[in-house]
Design a protein around this ligand. Structure first.
Ligand code: HEC
Length: 152
């Protein structure tokens, strides 16, 4: 009888010990944030693996270096400077130089539609889209219009 009560007391004691565990020992998170379905746990799972740190700035606030996100079509002179000037500013590969009125007069006489078509499809040593494969047709058209306006 005595042994039985001792065992019972010991068992109660042990049970009490578990219940007495502070919640901090079970999980470092407050009650609402413990579940694997909590916002805290979900954010933890999907957060980026790394963050970019720039000296003098708080970690993770700097945007990672990368291609700038295009915000709408580029202007004619921007496309020209990036993709066309290499040949058309210097006359490389026999390209008609921008501003060379004599070289451009007979080309301009073909009409804008033809010039734009040749710029998009290519013409002899003129590569399609001036090799700007990310340029839209409208951006190429704007670049042609810029070149033409500079060469009249
Ligand atoms: C690799 C050099 C090169 C690059 C880059 C280049 N061009 Fe040209 N372009 C040429 C050459 C060469 C010609 C002359 C082709 C011919 O008449 O045989 C030409 C001709 C043209 C013509 C005249 C076409 C015609 O019908 O007479 C236009 C318009 C033109 N280029 C627009 C552009 C534009 C716009 C870009 C940039 C998006 C560009 N080019 C980039 C070499 C280049």
């Amino acid at each position: 009888m005595l042994t039985a009560s001792l065992v019972l007391i010991a068992a109660l004691f042990a049970a009490g010990n578990v219940a007495a565990k502070s919640t901090k020992e079970i999980s470092p998170y407050p009650l609402g944030e413990r579940s694997v379905f909590s916002d805290r746990a979900i954010e933890d799972r999907i957060k980026p693996v790394g963050s970019v740190c720039v000296e003098g700035e708080e970690c993770g606030t700097a945007a990672p270096a990368g291609e700038e996100v295009a915000s709408g079509p580029r202007s004619g002179d921007a496309v020209y400077n990036a993709s066309c000037a290499a040949c058309h500013a210097t006359g490389a590969a026999g390209a008609p130089k921008t501003g060379d009125k004599a070289a451009w007069a007979p080309r301009i006489a073909q009409g804008n539609a033809t010039l734009v078509k040749h710029a998009i499809d290519g013409l002899n040593a003129m590569p399609p889209k001036g090799m700007c494969m990310t340029c839209s047709d409208d951006e190429i058209k704007a670049a042609v219009e810029y070149m033409v306006s500079e060469s009249k």
